[in-house]
Design a binder for this molecule. Sequence first.
Ligand code: TA6
Length: 302
Amino acid sequence: MYDETLPTVEQLVVDELVCWRVHTRHAELLMTQQGAQVLSYQPHGEEPVIWLSGQAGYQKGTAVRGGVPVCWPWFGDLRRNPAEVQRMHEGGPICPAHGLVRERDWELLGIDSEGPAVRLDFALNTSSEPLPGWPHAAELKLSILLDERLQLTLSTRNTDDVPLALSQALHSYFAVSDIREVEVEGLDGCRYIETLEDWQLRKQQGNIAFGGETDRIYLETPKRMAIVDRAWKRRIQLEVENSSSAVVWNPWTDKARRLSQFAEDAWQGMLCIETARVMNDCVVLKPGEEQQMVLKVSSKPL
Ligand code: TA6
């Protein structure tokens, strides 16, 4: 039986992946060293907030489906990125979707569990761990803070002597009761790129509701947005810093069949809202400069 007041951090191996299970008086979190990926997050007495696929695989070199994969130093398809981001890539054909860091182990810098909160810090240094096709020097860090809410801070320091241009995302999978019944608040009036229709530019009117495959890049996004889930009587609140773009994604039926580690009906219970720096919001860092992007996730009853 856990002593609710004291946080615990347990290291475990799930199939091939080194993981940590963190338990505080507010919530439970599971994460893995591979990609410094949060895998699940569930406040006590509630449905999960961060969704993890029931068919998730824990193999080395393959990103786990679900959780919060880190997309860096580019988001999505490299060829759809701004020219300056594309130019950083000097490596021939190796340009997987969502960059180069979600399938490799990051270094655990430390775990701080003094007091009711727990903080885990991970890093990836591209000088000591060169990335194939991306011969630049940068220090990437992800800090995970678990207290009343979940906070992720992704920071990049340019340790090279030339400017770096990159795009990135915290590719968060949220759990929902039924995608057809939830709405996203906060993006009313925002321009978005409809990637499913020739990347046309559109404008959001009202809250986002879901009636089919959705894969959109929202621009000039606000600090706050929320998933309203009436069936589960909760609002998942997202608060961001230093991010003015967000990707909203649900694969629906057809794409669900083509996705790895994804049950045919899993599309009904998940929604990705990805805190990003993409397109005209991509990151350009001078030598020595650092950029931090922050996501705070909390769940409140409706
Ligand atoms: O972020 C949305 C997206 O780019 C979708 O187009 C979809 O492909 C999704 O990411 C998942 O990508 P993955 O490479 O993890 O299968």
